[in-house]
Design a protein around this ligand. Structure first.
Ligand SMILES: Nc1nc2c(ncn2[C@@H]2O[C@H](COP(=O)(O)OP(=O)(O)OP(=O)(O)O)[C@@H](O)[C@H]2O)c(=O)[nH]1
Ligand SMILES: [Mg+2]
Length: 296
């Protein structure tokens, strides 16, 4: 008999949630960055193999204090992921700075009464005292856990993952999704994420945190997808930085996103980017709703 169910990845920003999801899927669905708050909304991956179909929800890094409506949204997304899954997978990285930073999230999971499996990530790094303390706590309380490192083999990670979530999956005759589907994200939404990843990769300081991407149009023209997108900055002065001298920065971001997307869909696409200013958009609920950072 096959097994199926929903799993939610939660943890602080930068704990390796999106990296682990991509590794398990064997596809780069989620964007990854060394800068925190790369993930802004829940992303659903589908892992179908070895008699399982597991829907894994990636979530934004958990925030204990929401200072803007954008933060409210990030926090809400993480809370909704906890509420909508059969088991929560809580990622704790070896470079954890303070154990107390996990308190809010721990109490949120307790409140939800959902079962929780810990994953110790970034196992290639020397554990900080805080990370070592968490490991000690989990082991001494005999809580379920497994370990992960980015460079570890996918097969090994899949085995540890399935073993850990198996008790919370339900038996099923038929799977909900086609076996070759690895995400329910629409192509245009993936492209918008890849553009944001390009911004995180190439832009410095606070600029990537203040960027939102909107796909204006996505059309197929004789088989060639043609995509027009806008990058919104929150201050007029950031616009020229994103465009760069002679448009070089925008070109770099566009090439990065286009290549990433082409790898994913296996065909060439046309991408055109524009940069626009929307003053303080992260405080503007109406605008955030329009671009998909609002209540579902
Ligand atoms: N050394 C090391 N770095 C890792 C490992 N896994 C992830 N990273 C890095 O950690 C950074 C954050 O990874 P993400 O997967 O984006 O983390 P996240 O938890 O999704 O972060 P948010 O979306 O911001 O909440 C990236 O630079 C990754 O390359 C690992 O096993 N070892
Ligand atoms: Mg992420």
């Amino acid at each position: 008999m096959n097994k199926t169910g929903y799993v939610g990845f939660v943890g602080l920003a930068n704990s390796g949630k999106s990296t682990l999801l991509n590794t398990l899927l064997g596809e780069k669905v989620c964007i990854v960055s060394s800068k925190p708050q790369a993930t802004r909304r829940r992303i659903q991956g589908i892992l179908t193999t070895d008699g399982y179909q597991v829907m894994i929800m990636d979530s934004p890094g958990f925030l204990s204090e929401a200072m803007t409506p954008l933060h409210d949204f990030l926090l809400q997304e993480a809370q909704d992921v906890i509420a909508s899954v059969a088991v929560v997978v809580f990622l704790v990285p070896m470079d954890l700075q303070n154990k107390e930073d996990l308190d809010e999230l721990t109490s949120e999971i307790k409140k939800s009464k959902k079962p929780c499996v810990y994953v110790f990530t970034k196992m290639d790094l020397e554990p900080t005292p805080a990370a070592a303390g968490m490991m000690e706590y989990v082991k001494s309380n005999e809580l379920p856990y497994f370990t992960a490192a980015e460079k570890e083999s996918r097969i090994l990670l899949l085995r540890k993952f399935f073993e850990s979530v198996d008790p919370y999956m339900t038996e099923t005759e038929e799977f909900l999704f086609a076996e070759d589907l690895f995400t329910t994200e629409r192509s245009r939404d993936l492209m918008s994420e890849y553009i944001r990843e390009g911004c995180m990769e190439h832009l410095a300081k606070e600029i990537p945190y203040n960027i939102a991407v909107v796909i204006d149009s996505y059309k197929e023209d004789e088989g060639l997808p043609k995509i027009y997108a806008s990058i919104f900055v929150n201050r007029e002065s950031h616009k020229s930085i994103v465009i760069g001298r002679g448009g070089m920065m925008l070109k770099k971001i566009g090439t990065y996103a286009r290549k990433r997307f082409e790898e994913m869909i296996g065909e060439k696409v046309f991408l055109s980017l524009r940069v626009k200013t929307k003053e303080d958009w992260a405080k503007n609920k109406h605008f955030m709703n329009e671009i998909g950072y609002g209540k579902k």
